[in-house]
Design a protein around this ligand. Structure first.
Ligand code: CP
Ligand code: NVA
Length: 311
């Protein structure tokens, strides 16, 4: 039996695979322009396939976009919160993986602990997709890259500024940077820095990824400015974070330092008035609603790749 195609972290894949997924997403999105959301793509690459989704944390976009994605691919989805499963009463991850492998064709997991997704994948005989962990959020970055390329062309050679917490979403940007050849400038408080292993790996791949504490320096001349919440799910130091991140709010003055056609991204949910102002989020430079929609399009192609329908 061939090994399942897991989608757990972008750094485990190569640039050609990411490019293949992005181009498939663009083609699928174009082909269904004007269609109702429930109509199935002409090639129905997930026909007869079922995706199971397990959530240990809240979700709006990931949950709805994967469900919609499976319907548009001609397949079906089963959604559960981990606390409703025996997983929530102590059944092991490995036993759960063995059982679900007999019942569904792929599993998407949103987990508290990244290593749990890795453990699941080690045993699973069907593809496992990371729907966000404490360490990374690869599906989000595929949607972000799709959004950037739709509006500004090839991300290769572009400069992306990450402003705020060096968190899970930031890590997936670091993973993608050397694979697709964009420059990533991270600005974060020293105490909330990006993952040093991720930075070292990117450097080893000749990635152009830098980190400083200065948001102005990061944003100056950038093509894309990205923010995320200052307090991620699972973070317990709320008050300390709000204080440390105060100088990192993305407002119009900061956006004015980016390129004249610079755009703003945010994975959402946004905390208006904290990491981003209403004026930026709702303003002409914001692409956040396209970005949210693109979760569906990007993930359809991730799923098609996992099912072996592309590549
Ligand atoms: N961006 C994102 O993953 O959103 P949800 O938490 O709503 O899934
Ligand atoms: N960094 C955020 C992203 C939410 C989609 C979190 O992990 O809560």
């Amino acid at each position: 039996m061939t090994a399942p195609r897991h989608f757990i972290d972008l750094w485990k894949l190569d640039g050609a695979t990411l490019r293949l997924i992005l181009e498939d997403a663009k083609a699928r999105k174009t082909a269904r322009k004007g269609w109702p959301q429930g109509r199935v793509d002409a090639d129905a690459p997930a026909k007869d396939r079922v995706l199971s989704m397990i959530f240990q944390k809240n979700s709006t976009r990931t949950r709805f976009s994967f469900d919609a994605a499976m319907r548009q691919l001609g397949g079906d989805a089963i959604i559960s919160t981990a606390s409703d499963m025996q997983l929530g009463r102590g059944e092991t991850i490995e036993d759960t993986a063995k059982v679900l492998s007999r019942m569904v064709d792929a599993v998407m997991i949103r987990a508290n602990v990244h290593a749990d997704v890795e453990r699941f994948a080690q045993v699973s005989t069907v593809p496992v997709i990371n729907g966000l962990t404490d360490k990374s959020h690869p599906c989000q970055i595929m949607a972000d890259l799709l959004t950037i390329e739709e509006h500004r062309g090839d991300v290769g050679g572009k400069t992306i500024a990450w402003v705020g917490d060096g968190n899970n979403v930031c890590s997936s940007f670091i993973h993608a940077a050397p694979l697709l050849g964009f420059k990533l400038k991270i600005a974060c408080p020293a105490v909330y820095h990006a993952d040093l292993h991720d930075l070292a790996r990117a450097a080893g791949l000749n990635g152009d990824v830098t980190m400083s504490e200065d948001p102005k320096e990061a944003v100056r001349g950038a093509d894309v400015v990205v923010a995320d919440t200052w307090v991620s799910m699972g973070d317990t130091d709320h008050d300390e974070r709000l204080k440390a991140f105060e100088p990192y709010q993305v407002d119009d003055a900061l956006m004015d330092l980016a390129k004249p056609d610079g755009v703003f991204l945010h994975c959402l949910p946004a905390h208006r008035g904290e990491e981003v102002t209403d004026a930026v989020l709702d303003g002409p430079r914001s692409l956040v609603w396209d970005e949210a929609e693109n979760r569906i399009h990007a993930q359809k192609s991730v799923l098609a790749w996992c099912f072996g329908a592309i590549g």
